[in-house]
Design a protein around this ligand. Structure first.
Ligand code: JB2
Length: 216
């Protein structure tokens, strides 16, 4: 027992591994348990998988008040977060000590910011967003709820990313462009004009290849 307040991490896959190490590196919480749809008893990075999401009420009544939803799928993360919040869990943040987050940036709850990420002045990062490894978010950007900015993305100043949007690895976006809710950008896309909600776009410059309605 570390004496730190316990947190349950929901998910036990690749994203959860990264999140467990972020939470440990922050030193504010002890990762006490994992929940996964595959409830097979096992340990991940030394933390026990104690059940699936149906174990949330038990953990809450056992006194665990903090949760982190470590599921990479945006829509799934949002859904499971709603369930955890309705049971009274507080969503904590997992922020790498080697991320550079401006003191004037505003971060919501349940946010992950990985190593090497940069979030500059007066950017806003809403609840459940993922700012992945080495992503760069310049001043005045707005990242919507439960979006995912994958490793190595570079967003110039004033870019807006809609809720549930997914920016694949290495996406770049020029100043002020708006990426719509649930849009998906393929790896290496270069966004030079607004991307409508719900579309999949690829390439340099990014062009719509598919109109999608189901957010990832
Ligand atoms: O509803 C669920 C649920 N559905 C799937 N609740 C809970 N608690 N767990 C769920 N899962 C579990 O999520 C699966 O059983 C599996 O263990 C885990 C997904 O693992 P995977 O490694 O496939 O993906 P991930 O979401 O952890 O990570 C993805 O997103 C990250 C941001 C991957 O694409 C990573 O490469 C990426 N870095």
């Amino acid at each position: 027992m570390s004496g730190l307040p316990p947190v349950v991490v929901v998910g036990a896959g690749g994203h959860a591994k990264v999140v467990i190490e972020l939470i440990r590196s922050q030193g504010h919480y002890e990762v006490a348990a994992l929940l996964d749809a595959d409830a097979t008893p096992r340990r991940v990075l030394g933390v026990e998988v104690v059940g699936d999401d149906d174990a949330l009420p038990r953990l809450r009544s056992d006194g665990i008040a903090n949760a982190f939803i470590a599921l990479g799928g945006n829509a799934l993360r949002l859904k499971v977060a709603g369930r955890a919040r309705s049971l009274g869990f507080q969503l904590v943040n997992a922020i790498s000590p080697s991320a550079a987050v401006s003191p004037t940036a505003r971060l919501g709850a349940g946010v992950a910011v990985m190593a090497g990420a940069v979030i500059n002045a007066e950017a806003r990062v809403d609840d459940l967003a993922i700012v992945n490894t080495n992503a760069s978010i310049d001043h005045d950007c707005v990242l919507g709820e439960a979006c995912h900015v994958a490793p190595g993305c570079a967003l110039a100043g004033g870019v807006t990313v809609g809720r549930l949007a997914f920016l694949g690895i290495g996406t770049v976006a020029i100043p002020g462009v708006r990426i719509g809710e649930g849009a998906e950008l393929g790896a290496g896309a270069c966004v030079v004009k607004d991307i409508p909600a719900g579309v999949r776009a690829l390439g340099v410059p990014a062009r719509t290849v598919e109109t999608r309605n189901n957010a990832r």
